[in-house]
Ligand binder design. Sequence first.
Ligand SMILES: Nc1ncnc2c1ncn2[C@@H]1O[C@H](COP(=O)(O)OP(=O)(O)O)[C@@H](O)[C@H]1O
Ligand SMILES: Cc1cn([C@H]2C[C@H](O)[C@@H](COP(=O)(O)OP(=O)(O)O)O2)c(=O)[nH]c1=O
Length: 827
Amino acid sequence: MPPDGWNGAIPSSRPGTVAEPSHGPDTTPPRGVSISSDPTDRPPSGGPSADGVPAAPDPGPGGVPSAADQPPVAAEPADGLPPAGADGAGVPLAGLHVEEAPAADRSGAQPAGDQGEPADGHHDEPDDHHAAGVSLVAKVRAVLRVRDFRKLWLSMSLSSFGDWLGLLAITATATSLVDGFAGQNYALGAVLLFRLLPAILLGPLAGAFADRFDRRKTMVVSDVLRFALFASIPIVDELVWLFVAQFLIEAISLFWIPAKEAAVPNMLRKDQLEPANQLSLVTTYGFTPVLAALVFAVLTTVGDRLGTTVPSLDESKLSLYLNALTFLVAAVVIWNLPSISGRRAAGTQVTGESFLHSLRAGFSFAGHTPLVRGLVVGITGAFVAAGVVIATGQAFASSVGGGEAAYGLLFGAVFIGLGLGISLGPSIARDLSRERLFGVAIVGAGVGVGLLAWTFTLWIALLLVVVMGFFAGIAYLAGFTLLGTEVDDALRGRTFALVQSLVRASLIVSLAVVPFGVGLLGRTSVDVGSVELAVTGERVMLFVAGLLAVAVGVLAYRQMDDGRPVPLVADVVTALRRDTTARRRLAGGGVFIAFEGGEGAGKSTQTRRLQEWLTEEGLVARTTREPGGTPLGAKIRAIVLDPASAGLSPRSEALLYAADRAQHVHDVLRPALDAGEVVITDRFVDSSLAYQGAGRTIPMDDVRSISRWATQGLQPDLTVLLDLPPEVGLARARGRAAADRLESESLEFHQRVRGTFRALAEAQPDRYLVLDARRSPDELAAAIRTRVSDLLQGLPLQQLPQHARVPRTRRHGDHVVQTGSTPQLHP
Ligand SMILES: Nc1ncnc2c1ncn2[C@@H]1O[C@H](COP(=O)(O)OP(=O)(O)O)[C@@H](O)[C@H]1O
Ligand SMILES: Cc1cn([C@H]2C[C@H](O)[C@@H](COP(=O)(O)OP(=O)(O)O)O2)c(=O)[nH]c1=O
């Protein structure tokens, strides 16, 4: 195993978890109460605003046909974030096609696989983890801009590459030093056993040790020793020494790992640790093993020629020398990084004395918490299976033909799969809950292994191995992320300790047992009708491992399932389709309708009319608005709309709207939707995109990401856009009350706003109803009712008790149900 393998996987403690939305009735405003625009709470007139923001070119929906009349895309924004952090900064999404926007808004492509679950309020995640692919790249780039971290990462990557190459070489060497099928398998098992044993024996001790010494010196000494030991293996060329050297190398690595782990947090900001972990994971399991496998395959092909020129040198020896060299280079790099020995890292101390106790507490916690129990069962079982795959690899490779080169290829394929799973998995799985994803992915990996067992063609085997690695990578990331996010900080360390011990123990057990099993079962062939099927030990073992993975996946799924009545298949399908509406429906949630449009478009009028109609129809419907949908939001509204707030900078304006929105989502929207209500809001995220994005020319993606952060990915099921030329709307609005700060903006500003609304709607016609707001209020209301009644058809929405219903004059033969699906609506 690579030196920094498991540790790289531990998500750093995050700067705080997001509280669940309150479901308590006390935080929910009374149902059905209209809080739509009230002229009396408008700020007093104070003359036109002068916010000092030049009307820069539109950064918005470049490339969208309807926005063609807008000025060209704005330049890169000034980055207000600290240099090391620069999350997403410097990557203006100004040029991003708006069509991509709403999809990203739906919190799809998260790198860390822990995004929110807008539909059901489960597993709500903040914020920067919602980053789309592009901002993952930006985050990683920001992390790599930190010089010391970059150097450490480069040297780690080099050592990791060397280590994988060494592992390939050592397994090849071990098998070449003994004769016979069974003997080779025993030798292989023993090599791997000696690699894992030290962690169990020395883990706690090494942790305590590493905290007491200068980290840089610890790392340099470890690297020099590892250099010497790796170089000694080909020189001594004895099987026994190979085992001893393995054991020593692994033992030394145990001192190196905690030193490195403690050093990294000193180099980065807290919020950068997660992308840093992802980077290490992808490097250690995705990139370097593939490179090592390729290099090993190349060395194998040139090895023969090499053997004739330099008789004592073959590819395994060359690999080991190369590997040794990588540790020497790492030693030099680390020696030149004084910051490693700098400040002591806080919170990474693991003292030896508390280890046993904490392990016990961890056991009891894990035993009593279904989620952790599921994770532990899943991770342990998955690693038993992984051990089987590793241990049978060589025998399997030779059985599909191709010898050591095939082994190298299969080995590489595992890590291509892992790399793909870790980096792409979360964005493919989208808003499927990580609890479900974990079990599903283990089952997927198990099915891959089970099929692999009966594959006799190399390329099919390679394909299956990639699939297996892909699912394993997803499970791995989901599992460790869940441990990081769902386990309380106080218990997290112990839980990780338990999991890591179990991981190593399960690897040891399977690595130790499997080769013996393979040797014992030997090779037999079974006649199946006319075909002769080669049933070999490794294939039987692989098949059993696949079954085991499927079983633990199912078990983990059962343990961790949150009891939602959503069938798994529908859950997976809607998540893959990014169908948030369907997901909320599945979860029995309400329906969320937003009204957007410029000033005086008639939003307040129409939200009120829609709410009245729905109430008449017997549904619990409420109107609300932004800004000012909550008491706190009302104060924010007063600030942002007050013409006296002339000095408000575009960024603070954007943040104030986002703050208002965050409170609105938390206090009003989520609880009401969770209760199955129809929620109608006068303005939502699109207003920020239009006014702050296109209007104020803040890069669209910045606005989008703060909105996404504020809403935790909540999106309307339907947005009604009341489209109106700004001059008409402004005239209407001015007839209503004195101009507020935004109404006082130039006509050009309002034209950009309108263009953006239309572009957003055009990008997602299914989710928008665009109406010409010059039509009469009655016509508009009728068109909205028709569309909304389609949307609500058959949904299990909350209904008013009969006595609370408003009598309708138009209706005949009333029959009223209080539960069940929405009754026939009368648009
Ligand atoms: N379809 C319409 N046609 C003409 N006037 C309208 C229409 N809808 C609303 N109004 C009027 O325009 C003004 C602004 O309407 P309002 O609903 O407050 O718009 P918004 O909330 O979008 O600013 C009000 O005086 C309202 O009576
Ligand atoms: C919600 C939201 C509103 N706004 C602006 C648009 C409006 O000018 C103002 C809200 O005023 P409001 O009176 O609610 O709008 P209307 O006049 O259309 O009834 O705030 C933003 O700039 N960004 C946002 O995110």
